[in-house]
Design a protein around this ligand. Structure first.
Ligand SMILES: [Zn+2]
Length: 74
């Protein structure tokens, strides 16, 4: 991710950085409501990240759960 690709919610941004550190791919979309995706390349699964989640903590938790399920896929 480039510097312009940070998520505005710091809890979500931190989770996205953990995802990258775990070897998952983080892609930023320019869609207004959808920030982007966290993708597990080996198994092709992904989780959608929204730009303005109702709960930043909940969104971060979803990303962390995805990391736990996929960090051993590669
Ligand atoms: Zn996976």
């Amino acid at each position: 991710m480039g510097l312009g690709d940070r998520h505005q919610k710091k809890d979500v941004e931190a989770a996205l950085r953990r995802a990258e550190a775990s070897g998952l791919k983080v892609t930023h979309d320019k869609n207004r409501h959808r920030w982007g995706w966290v993708i597990c390349c080996p198994c092709k699964e992904s989780v959608t990240v929204y730009s303005t989640p109702r709960s930043a903590g909940g969104a971060a938790h979803r990303v962390d759960a995805f990391i736990r399920h996929h960090r051993n896929c590669a």
